[in-house]
Design a protein around this ligand. Structure first.
Ligand code: UD1
Ligand code: UDP
Length: 351
């Protein structure tokens, strides 16, 4: 079976690392990896291929940055060429980025089956570009791999139950697999120069970066927190901070780090503040309370017992959440059993 896996952005490299490892262990599968080039800085792309031993992409379209239409349009033509040449039995797309949408749209128009990993997530907020990407991708896919019971519910509600499988979350597989590796050699994955007691933060969503008022409120809240805050900065956010924002002295900006360093930073943090989808889940899997700097979450399972608290950019709510007690109940496994990638492979082989 020939599969073209389409990736392009940081969280997709992390998901594909786990799925690829399983797919490539099966001689019945020939995987071709297509990188759209949506993310291209060394620490947004290559670092993951090196550290997670992801095979080098067979194709890199170098689509780069641009408006939604420019970026997606460039990907569409590049992906079409590759699919016409490779004639795969199916394509595999991940998550909700413009690379996901471009992959699904191109393949479906060429009548090549599309399998969507992390299907069924909904924020019910169509102002998010990711929400549009998810809805369209799910609608035109042939196999939907849902990571959570809520995702299954959403897809059922949209009339897509017949092509939906609850697989669990490949990011849960990843955390279990790589956490064990970190614990074998914790010092190796420590980020140098980090304070001893800190909150870990990331910010990159359009609703925060494209809205200076929201970003200002978030930094106002950060300035009133007594702990240090470590902030590995997404290039999108760095650009804005360079021009507009004086940084509070307790905020330590660092370059984006590799995945294993990021897991280690999460494991050692007091709490996590983020607008990232992936980091909300990782905090939950690692038993760290998360404060979500958005007004909603797709990962509603993480909200149980206040393991995740939604604050948006409201300084009062952020400060309350930072002061909130850390739950004593353990997080629970609604994200599968850590073997989601194996289930995905079985489904692909039986399609
Ligand atoms: C994209 C996804 C988002 C995902 C995020 C993961 C879409 C619509 N958004 O957002 O869902 O959560 O990736 O990180 O697909 N840039 C660089 N170097 C890079 C990459 C980006 O400098 O290697 C800068 C460019 O100025 C670019 C901006 O970041 O314009 C935004 O990049 P883009 O890929 O368009 O969206 P993300 O914000 O990364
Ligand atoms: N991540 C990383 N280095 C960083 C910041 C994040 O490896 O400096 C990882 C993080 O652990 C998670 C993924 O990137 O696995 C999340 O990606 P991101 O927040 O960019 O996108 P989202 O999940 O919101 O789509």
């Amino acid at each position: 079976m020939k599969i073209v896996s389409i990736v392009g952005a940081r969280p997709q490299f992390i998901k594909a690392a786990t799925v690829s490892r399983i797919l490539r262990s099966n001689p019945a599968i020939h995987e071709i990896l297509l990188h759209t080039g949506q993310h291209y800085d060394h620490n947004m792309s290559d670092v993951f291929f090196d550290e997670l031993h992801i095979p080098r992409p067979d194709y890199n379209l170098e689509a780069g940055s641009g408006s939604h239409a420019t970026q997606t349009g460039t990907m569409l033509t590049g992906i079409e060429e590759v699919l016409l040449r490779e004639k795969p039995d199916c394509t595999l797309v991940y998550g909700d980025t413009n690379s996901t949408l471009a992959g699904a749209l191109t393949a479906s128009k060429l009548h090549i089956p599309v399998a969507h990993v992390e299907a069924g997530l909904r924020s019910f907020n169509r102002a998010m570009p990711e929400e549009i990407n998810r809805i369209v991708t799910d609608r035109i896919s042939d196999m939907l791999f849902a990571p959570t019971p809520t995702a299954v519910y959403n897809l059922t509600h949209e009339g897509l139950a017949e092509i939906t499988t609850f697989t669990g979350d490949v990011m849960y597989d990843s955390v279990l697999f790589y956490k064990a590796r970190i614990e074998e050699n914790t010092e190796k994955y420590e980020t140098p120069g980090i304070p001893g007691d800190y909150l870990l933060a990331t910010i990159h969503r359009a609703e925060n970066t494209d809205n200076p008022a929201n970003l200002r409120k978030i930094f106002l809240a950060f300035s009133r927190i007594s702990r240090d805050i470590v902030l590995p900065i997404h290039p999108r956010t760095r650009k804005i901070l360079q021009s507009e924002f004086p940084l509070p002295s307790n905020v330590h900006i660092i370059d984006p780090v590799g995945y294993l360093e990021m897991l280690k930073l999460t494991m050692d943090a007091h709490k996590v503040l983020t607008d990232s989808g992936g980091l909300q889940k990782e905090a939950y899997f690692l038993g760290k309370q998360c404060i979500t700097l958005r007004t909603e979450t797709e990962w509603v399972e993480t909200l149980h017992d206040q393991w995740n608290i939604i604050t948006g950019s409201d300084p009062g709510l952020i400060l309350e959440a930072v002061a909130a007690p850390i739950p004593s109940t353990p997080t629970h496994a609604v994200f599968g059993n850590g073997k989601s990638a194996g289930l995905i492979m079985e489904k692909l082989l039986h399609f």
